[in-house]
Write a new protein. Structure first.
Length: 104
């Protein structure tokens, strides 16, 4: 299961929650990203209960939560509107996920 959130700005890359829980799958994801340069960086993070992926993981379903990194001062603010999104990393994220799922 792959949970995507905060996909509006990825100028600095992405963080992958549960990456340290599934190190082989994360290494595969990172190798794909390195080969194609989809995102500037993939950061490893451990388990976290901060999004929908958590309950899948708790039930034994392998799950990643991927969120993009970049300056976005309007997060959860009244000015958090579509026209403010930069979309850097959006296309690369989906290409990365596509390639990862095709090879898994």
């Amino acid at each position: 299961m792959i949970n995507l959130d905060l996909e509006g700005n990825g100028i600095d890359g992405a963080t992958v929650v549960n990456a340290s829980v599934f190190p082989e799958a994360f290494a595969h994801l990172k190798a794909i990203n390195t080969a194609h340069g989809y995102l500037p960086e993939l950061k490893m993070r451990g388990e976290a209960s901060n999004s929908d992926h958590y309950w899948f993981s708790r039930r034994g379903v392998p799950a990643f939560f991927l969120y993009l990194l970049g300056k976005y001062p309007w997060y959860h603010d009244i000015d958090d509107v579509p026209k403010r999104l930069g979309w850097q990393g959006y296309e690369g994220t989906f290409r990365l996920i596509r390639d990862f799922m095709e090879k898994e």
